[in-house]
Design a protein around this ligand. Structure first.
Ligand SMILES: *Cc1c(COP(=O)(O)O)cnc(C)c1O
Length: 390
């Protein structure tokens, strides 16, 4: 089955819900049984590792539906939903660590994951080394006997470097180091991390899967080796995904393919427009040859989504405000992947460990929504003209 068809089919079972196309939303904490025999058999099935409705915390058919769809889309072993993408990111790290362990984390990683490693992991006696996202197989030189996990994100969600995931996972498998990737940018539509050797794939479903800027939700998809640890720790730490938000993400999943295709086409058109503008220093978009890791993107990804960055020349904050504040379609916003466009400026206050911040002017990250790209281009063009760079 092709991906577009999978997105309409997976996780649905009308027969078990009176024929309704979509699974209903189960609101549940307590699950009841009438006989001791039933109660005992449920416990046996749980012990055997079966996913079963036993308490609201562990999920109901609403969550199981999205979990099974994501598992199949990614080609993992199983999936667990979390209340946010960040909780999923953190819970893909914590259960594998012990005091004295070592973590290798991409220097382009999502900021709050860096905060977790630099603050909490450190406090618990786990040392983190940040590595250049473009490191490839040279990661081998950084692996120590106590290195437990390598954390990846491809591409980095602000600076867009595309990591050579197979080169890194090949090394990690030889050293028995677990690899975790944040696949939020590409989604399972454009990238299948398990085909490239990772053990764990993490998603902020908040972004493209939910797609409408009104849901917080995360997921971990794991391979067989890591699944039991993920499953057990998620419940033991008390994580839970709201059934209503899960339902909205499932609904979002059904239209993910055509939405992403439109995000992709519009973002490319706008990236190419920006590349030609004299006011723009550079455009960082994985599908453009100038982006670090473009060749890897071409080899391993089947498309590009709507999030990318461009650098403006150094300027006063007041001038930057003239550019941003006058934009009609681009309010400043920290999340992305919704139907509406957003912009967010980044500067050298963004932490980097392996290199100094390579940009001299402000870096503008934009999320291209589902508006007509020509309207967005006209808006950005007027904004750039306000900068009056000769
Ligand atoms: C937004 C984001 C997250 C966190 O997701 P939330 O649902 O907002 O907690 C994780 N990784 C990346 C790359 C993100 O952009």
């Amino acid at each position: 089955m092709k991906i577009a068809s999978k997105l309409t089919q997976l996780g649905r079972d009308p027969k078990s819900h009176h024929g309704t196309v979509n699974p209903p939303v189960y609101h549940a904490s307590t699950i009841t049984w009438e006989t001791l025999e039933e109660f005992d058999s449920i416990r046996e099935e749980m012990k055997a590792g079966k996913k079963i409705v036993s308490y609201g915390l562990h999920g109901t058919p609403t969550q199981f539906s999205l979990e099974s769809a994501l598992t199949e889309l990614e080609g993992g072993y199983d999936c667990r939903l979390f209340e946010t993408g960040l909780a999923a990111n953190i819970m893909a790290i914590i259960p594998f660590l012990e005091t004295g362990d070592h973590l290798l984390v991409s220097d382009g990683i999502y900021g709050p994951v860096r905060n977790f490693c630099s603050n909490w992991a450190k406090k618990w006696g786990v040392e983190t080394t940040y590595y250049d996202p473009m490191i490839g197989s040279s990661i081998e030189e950084l692996i120590r006997p106590n290195t437990r996990l390598v954390i990846l994100e491809a591409p980095s969600s602000v600076t867009l470097e595309v990591q050579d995931v197979p080169a890194i996972t090949e090394v990690c498998r030889r050293h028995d180091v677990i690899t975790v990737i944040d696949n939020t940018w590409a989604t399972p539509v454009f990238y299948r991390p398990f085909d490239h050797g990772v053990n764990i794939s993490v998603h902020a479903l908040t972004k493209y899967v939910a797609g409408h800027s009104d849901v917080m939700l995360g997921a971990i998809v794991a391979d067989e080796k890591c699944w039991q640890t993920i499953k057990q720790s998620a419940s033991e730490f008390g994580h839970h995904a709201s059934p209503d938000d899960t339902y909205l993400a499932l609904r979002g999943l059904r239209s993910l393919n055509p939405r992403l295709k439109q995000h992709e086409a519009s973002a490319l058109k706008i990236a190419r427009f920006l590349e030609e503008r004299p006011e723009v220093v550079q455009v960082l978009h994985p599908a453009l040859p100038s982006c670090p890791g473009h060749e890897v993107w071409k080899r391993d990804f089947s498309g590009s989504s709507g999030l990318f960055s461009f650098e403006l020349p150094p300027m006063e904050r007041k001038k930057l405000a003239e550019f941003i504040d006058g934009l009609k379609f681009f309010p400043i916003g920290g999340s992305w992947g919704g139907y509406e466009s957003l912009i967010q400026p980044f500067d050298d206050t963004l932490t980097r460990s392996t290199a100094t911040w390579p940009f001299t002017g402000p870096l503008m990250r934009i999320s291209i929504g589902l508006e007509d790209p020509d309207d967005l281009i006209a808006d950005l063009k007027a904004g750039l003209e306000r900068l009056k760079v000769s």
